[in-house]
Design a binder for this molecule. Structure first.
Ligand code: FMN
Length: 404
């Protein structure tokens, strides 16, 4: 058996049914570049540009995770987001998956429900759903949509919960038909499942709220149904135990709750579990995030790290970690035992050939945040083409936005 100290991002590993040649993973990244459907209102379809984007990041034996994709119209919410529920969307994903496979890569489909973070105008006039009737603070402000206040969500009934679980199962089955190697349930970042996990949002008094076990029930039940439908080796889950996306998830008992969740997830035999490092936040710096977390961690534990969750999960389920990894610390999690694979987000946005660059120890380009989320008239810029880099060829490195 290989000793931990000898394992690094270049050591092969098996996850689910995929024999990976290395451990550098494309993190799920919403980029809003899909095409508007002419057939089904308020839905968006994967296109050739997206194919080029994914293929550029695929490597032999490397794992890609798609951007978050809604499992139903009700689960949707943003312009340019490709879904995973219509025949048209399936037809759009199929060539992308095939092209990634042709390059020897693997690809999991991240499945998503936005819950209260959407707006009725984007989901056919329906009221957004959540665990309870607690709305997001502030305004819904996204490209292509006039800013307006978030709405009070509908607390989901048992029927709504069962219907949503069926939507996840249907989307997972569609993903299998398309040829995806597996699905990843998005259960973090303040979206629907996270809205059940956080005690500041979930005020339910039924079997889905009121205690750690009850708040975890919705996601665990859904994972169980997915495992039954497509087999546990095709199912993965992403969690953000330290997430504060939108500054609005601040439930209590984070350590206890996510430890319980990881312990339970460890029993399914999943392809992998995916956790985001505490230091990462969309808007805060790593030190600002660390300070914000100190006030929030219960039971006096000093260390804010993924270690307790790895311990709770056990060693038989592969663990991907993401958040703040770069060339200098790429092996840190693997070598200290907190992770098995490393997902890169922003560096992969700016460096489609990230895997080769890491291998060859080449300098990386820095990302341009203003091109993260489309749709744009020139959707390809900052996505598949990077015009500012032409300056680098003329010797002006600073304009090419090389990372430090
Ligand atoms: C542009 C952008 C889009 C993202 N979209 C998603 C998403 O669709 N699903 C998800 O789980 N996380 C999403 N994230 C979080 C990333 O997967 C990742 O956890 C985060 O960027 C931290 O990794 P990094 O430091 O390597 O960028 C997104 C992050 C960025 C910057």
């Amino acid at each position: 058996m290989t000793k931990t100290s000898e394992v690094d991002i270049w050591t092969p590993i098996k996850i689910g049914d995929c024999q990976l040649a290395h451990r550098v993973v494309l993190a799920p990244l919403t980029r809003n570049r899909a095409s508007k459907s002419e057939r089904y209102p308020s839905t968006w379809v994967p296109n050739d540009l997206m194919k080029e984007y994914y293929v550029k990041r695929a490597t032999p034996g490397g794992l890609l995770i798609t951007e978050a994709t809604p499992v139903s119209l009700r689960a949707s919410g943003l312009f340019g987001i490709p879904g995973s529920f219509t025949d048209e969307q399936q037809a759009g994903w199929r060539p992308i998956v095939s092209a990634v496979h042709d390059k020897g890569g693997y690809i999991f489909n991240q499945l998503w429900h936005q819950g209260r973070t959407t707006h009725s105008a984007l989901i056919g006039g329906r009221q957004p759903e959540s665990s309870s009737d607690i709305p997001m603070q502030g305004t819904f402000q996204w490209s292509g949509f006039d800013a307006r206040p978030f709405e009070v969500p509908k607390p989901m009934t048992q029927e709504d919960i069962s219907n949503t679980q069926n939507d996840f199962v249907n989307a997972a089955q569609k993903a299998m038909e398309v040829g995806f190697d597996g699905i990843e349930v998005h259960a973090g970042n303040g979206y629907l499942f996270d809205q059940f996990l956080h005690s500041n949002i979930n005020k339910r008094t039924d079997k889905y709220g009121g205690s750690i076990e009850k708040r975890c029930r919705f996601v665990l039940e859904t994972v169980g149904k997915l495992c039954e439908a497509i087999g546990p080796s095709k199912v993965a889950v992403r969690l953000t135990p330290f997430g504060m996306l939108f500054g609005q998830t601040f439930g209590e008992n984070r350590l206890e709750q996510w430890s319980y969740l990881c312990r339970e997830l460890g029993k399914f035999g999943l392809a992998y579990v995916h956790l985001v490092e505490p230091r990462f936040d969309e808007l805060k710096s790593a030190s600002e995030k660390q300070d914000a977390l100190k006030d929030m961690i219960s039971n006096g534990q000093e260390e804010v790290s993924l270690k307790p969750f790895r311990e709770a999960l056990g060693l038989s389920t592969p663990l991907i970690t993401a958040g703040g990894f770069g060339p200098e610390n790429a092996n840190e999690g693997i070598q200290n035992g907190t992770s098995d694979l490393v997902a890169f987000g922003r560096y992969f946005v700016a460096n489609p050939d990230l895997v080769d660059k890491l291998k060859d120890k080449e300098a990386l380009y820095k990302w341009d945040r203003s091109r993260f989320y489309g749709p744009f008239v020139d959707n390809e810029v900052g996505y598949t083409v990077f015009p500012s880099r032409e300056f680098a060829k003329k010797g002006d490195i600073s304009k090419a936005q090389l990372a430090d």
